[in-house]
Design a protein around this ligand. Structure first.
Ligand SMILES: Cc1cc2nc3c(=O)[nH]c(=O)nc-3n(C[C@H](O)[C@H](O)[C@H](O)COP(=O)(O)OP(=O)(O)OC[C@H]3O[C@@H](n4cnc5c(N)ncnc54)[C@H](O)[C@@H]3O)c2cc1C
Length: 195
């Protein structure tokens, strides 16, 4: 019976495992190898790590965990969780084996639900991004397109206006209404009408 089974080994899960190790709790960490930023070459806007490859951060965190002998990391997926905090949890792994934990830490992250725009998925994390704070500066002075509905585009224009060059709004949910178009044109933005 582990004190905790940590499902996920991105930054959240690795931090949880480090804390458990430092508190001498036995922890099993599971990693199915699917990270939200799996395609990203360099992370930004995190002090001490601005420009670090995310894979390097994860590898370093894993090396740090080797100093704590109560923590074990396994590169496998959890397939099923049963039980409760009173009786403990049973976690079935991809190879069919079962591990037991007094607690389960869910650090499985989130998945980005991309709009159905042809060609977008292969560019994700390489030329198409989600976060102006993470990837805006890398496009300073260059033209960009914002995919999405007008209110969201307006918000992003406010954030990115001082950073990037020309901005083209590409609505993915139908043509812009007259009001939206007028507001965006007032911000000096071109509208490609639809994808
Ligand atoms: C394109 C892009 C660029 C980004 N750039 C930045 C940036 O520059 N700076 C920044 O601070 N943030 C950036 N982010 C956000 C960053 O990726 C997330 O904040 C971060 O990855 C969240 O960490 P996490 O540990 O919660 O999840 P993740 O890193 O996604 O890790 C999830 C973990 O759960 C595991 N998992 C899931 N299901 C199971 C299962 N059933 N069994 C076992 N393991 C499982 C996965 O294998 C993985 O180990 C970016 C995101 C994207 C999409």
């Amino acid at each position: 019976m582990h004190d905790a089974i940590v499902i996920g080994a991105g930054p959240a899960g690795l931090q949880a495992a480090l804390t458990l190790g430092r508190m001498h709790r036995s922890a099993l960490q599971l990693d199915s190898g699917e990270y939200r930023n799996g395609t990203v070459q360099h992370m930004h806007n995190m002090i001490g790590e601005d420009g670090t490859p995310p894979a390097e951060l994860r590898a370093r965190a894993r090396r740090e965990l080797t100093a704590y002998d109560t923590v074990t990391v396994r590169d496998t997926a959890a397939q099923r969780i049963e039980g409760s905090a009173t009786e403990g949890f049973r976690v079935t792994l991809a190879d069919g084996s079962v591990e037991r934990g007094r607690r389960v830490v869910l650090a499985t992250g989130v998945a980005d639900d991309l709009p159905a725009v042809p060609g977008l998925a292969p560019l994700w994390g390489l030329k198409a991004f989600t976060c102006p704070f993470c990837d805006g500066h890398e496009h300073a002075g260059r033209p960009i397109a914002i995919l999405g509905p007008a209110p969201r585009a307006e918000h992003l224009i406010g954030l990115l206006g001082p950073v990037v060059g020309d901005i083209t709004v590409v609505p993915v949910d139908g043509p812009l209404g007259d009001d939206d178009r007028a507001r965006l044109e007032g911000l000096g933005v071109r509208d490609r009408k639809s994808v």
